[in-house]
Design a protein around this ligand. Structure first.
Ligand code: ATP
Length: 596
């Protein structure tokens, strides 16, 4: 039977919540998709992912936790004391909503609703619930907080307790189903193309458009051929191409067929700039956060350099000292990543962008052209200026030239170089971390250390000087095969007072009552958090340790030795973008080779 009611969708949420096994999650979503009429697919896909829209354009509900609690109190007709009591007991607003709304609703609710009892029996469809949430996002300006609370209250009243539980979680951004984009991608291939082997086609289409709802509808209604012909389009962020790493120039050259294009690896913020056909310019980070409001100077400079025709280019923003003609360190640029006081920082921290790729120009998707052809197009379409330049690059075919270019890059305050394939197969691979780009950083030349981007999954309360803060964090890597976050180290070193303050607030927002089901851990921290906050860690070695859950190919458990926070929060990275178990295995091999 085809369902459309939100409560029916919630029974799938309940099934999803009960399992952490990837294949079971896929099977449940496959079944859900096969039961979903096309008109309801859009909200269903977003909600399964715990979102209200595509990541790059997700509506902001503007509901703080205290507002959600107030709505729940109104809907359940209970005192603030009672609401907090239940909330403290279960530690999750969704569960608290289910419990409080399961009890008989009191007369204060009727008072709140002005005696209108018709709403009790509403049977909302998935789309109706979605629309009502989107309406809440549209409420802005004076008095909007009150209106938001009122709308949420009404919505909670119109739902059964299970429906209210999931709406509450959606509103708080803590759906906790543990469903990753790639899980849904596979479910789409199975449900609509009838074959999991076709997953790469769904994946490619998704990487180019970044909207899984659109891809699901296309797969269902038009099938494989339509997905194959998906092209990138200005106005829709494309998933960024990523690089592999190697620590030996000779091996890099060999891997890239004897010669390659080397470019400075700027230590800044990666961006994708889009100018769409309506003349609308936008700047996205690699995790598709909208950077447009933060960097008006970059947008202006790019508009001047690239003209008025639709285009997509990629590059790196750095902070720049124009007097000394030098790149300024990354930490300074990070002060530009702010919601308020943007204007004041524009002058204080001038920026510069270095472009290194082009994805769309002259009305065409150019991602399937080779890198030399794309570079030529980029050079032709960019009128370089003081504020916008192309990345410094060169073609090299021997180790001496490679090393010389690397030294130049370090002198220019870059963190290393990117070596890129220049053969006919050197296309722009959206969303892939393949061997067409290889990074080579200063770190790799010393025995010192590699950096790892790990996600916080838990924390322990601090003692002594760190009393009242989280003193130690539990950090995990990502395993795409099992779609889990296995723990890899505990982290206490490198956290300064500012970090402790920051972590206190951020981790409180991400706190969940028990271990997220996609986290693999044998340790029991004082608190668990949703895997969202990504931090860069430096360490001396990868060692064997029975405590953590990352393993090598032989099943030996691995951990980081002497991990230390570098001071860099990778908020440009999604948790699914962090260091993977496979990368850790590669690195471990590299280290052993280097030592021998
Ligand atoms: P890292 O933490 O080493 O920066 P990463 O995981 O963020 O790596 P990778 O894809 O492994 O990202 O490395 C490429 C990154 O290097 C890009 O995301 C981009 O931000 C940056 N970069 C700087 N200069 C260049 C360049 N010339 N070409 C491509 N990427 C560059």
């Amino acid at each position: 039977m085809i369902y459309v009611e939100f409560t029916a969708l919630c029974s799938y949420f309940e099934q999803l919540e009960k399992t952490a096994k990837r294949l079971e999650l896929i099977a449940i979503i496959q079944e859900l998709l096969s039961q979903t009429p096309t008109e309801e697919l859009e909200p269903v896909i977003y909600m399964v992912l715990g979102q209200l829209g595509p990541k790059y354009d997700e509506p902001n509900l503007g509901i703080a936790e205290r507002m959600a609690i107030e709505a729940l109190r109104n809907a359940a007709g209970v005192s603030s004391k009672k609401a907090n009591e239940v909330l403290n007991q279960v530690g999750d607003l969704g569960e608290a909503a289910r419990i409080l709304l399961s009890k008989e609703r009191s007369s204060s609710l009727e008072m709140f609703l002005g005696g209108d009892s018709s709403v009790y029996s509403a049977k909302l469809s998935v789309r109706q619930v979605w629309n009502r949430l989107l309406d809440i996002a549209l409420l802005t300006g004076e008095g909007s907080a009150k209106m938001k609370i009122r709308s949420l209250t009404k919505l909670l009243v119109d739902l059964d307790p299970i429906g209210a539980k999931y709406v509450m979680r959606l509103v708080m951004g803590k759906m906790r189903l543990g469903v990753a984009d790639m899980t849904v991608v596979e479910a789409i291939a199975r449900a609509y193309l009838g074959d999991k082997e076709l997953k790469p086609i769904v994946e490619q289409a998704y990487f180019k458009r970044s909207d899984l709802a659109e891809i699901a509808i296309m797969a269902k209604e038009q099938g494989v051929e339509a997905l194959k012909s998906v092209r990138v389009e200005p106005g829709r962020p494309v998933q960024c191409m990523a690089a592999q790493r190697l620590s030996d120039p000779e091996e890099i050259l060999e891997k890239l067929g004897g010669s390659c294009q080397v470019e400075y690896k700027y230590d800044g913020l990666r961006f994708q700039y889009h100018l769409d056909k309506n003349g609308h310019a936008r700047l996205w980070s690699r995790r598709q956060e909208d950077l447009t409001p933060m960097f008006p100077d970059v947008i202006n400079a790019l508009k001047n350099a690239l003209g008025n025709a639709p285009i997509i280019v990629e590059g790196e923003i750095v902070a720049y000292d124009y007097e000394k003609d030098r790149i300024i360190e990354f930490q300074t640029l990070m002060q530009r990543r702010r919601k308020y006081g943007i204007e004041a920082k524009l002058e204080e921290i001038p920026s510069k962008s270095f472009l290194f790729d082009i994805l769309y120009v002259d009305g065409k998707d150019v991602t399937s052209l080779s890198l030399p052809k794309r570079r030529e197009l980029l050079a032709r379409h960019c009128s370089c200026s003081k504020k916008t330049e192309l990345s410094t690059s060169e073609i090299v075919s021997n180790v001496d030239d490679f090393n010389e270019f690397f030294d130049q890059a370090i002198d220019a305050n870059c963190e290393g170089i990117m070596a890129k394939d220049i053969s006919t197969k050197s296309v722009y691979e959206a969303g892939a971390r393949g061997w067409l780009w290889i990074k080579y950083k200063a770190d790799y030349r010393s025995e010192l250390a590699d950096t790892f981007d790990l996600v916080v999954v838990g924390a322990w309360f601090g003692r002594g000087r760190r009393g009242g803060y989280y003193g130690t964090l539990l950090m995990a890597a990502y395993d795409p095969e099992s779609d889990t976050f296995p723990t890899f180290c505990k982290l206490g070193s490198g956290l300064n007072d500012e970090d402790l303050e920051y972590l206190k607030t951020e981790l409180e927002k991400l706190r969940v009552p028990d271990k997220p089901k996609n986290v693999s851990s044998e340790l029991e921290p004082d608190i668990w958090v949703e895997p969202k906050l990504v931090m860069e860690i430096v360490a001396t070695e990868i060692t064997q340790s029975p405590i953590h859950m990352v393993t090598d190919e032989d099943g030996n458990r691995l951990a980081l030795r002497f991990p230390r926070f570098t001071g860099r929060y990778r908020d440009d990275k999604d948790p699914y973008d962090i260091t993977t178990v496979q990368e850790i295995r590669e690195l471990k091999k590299l280290r052993i080779q280097n030592r021998d």
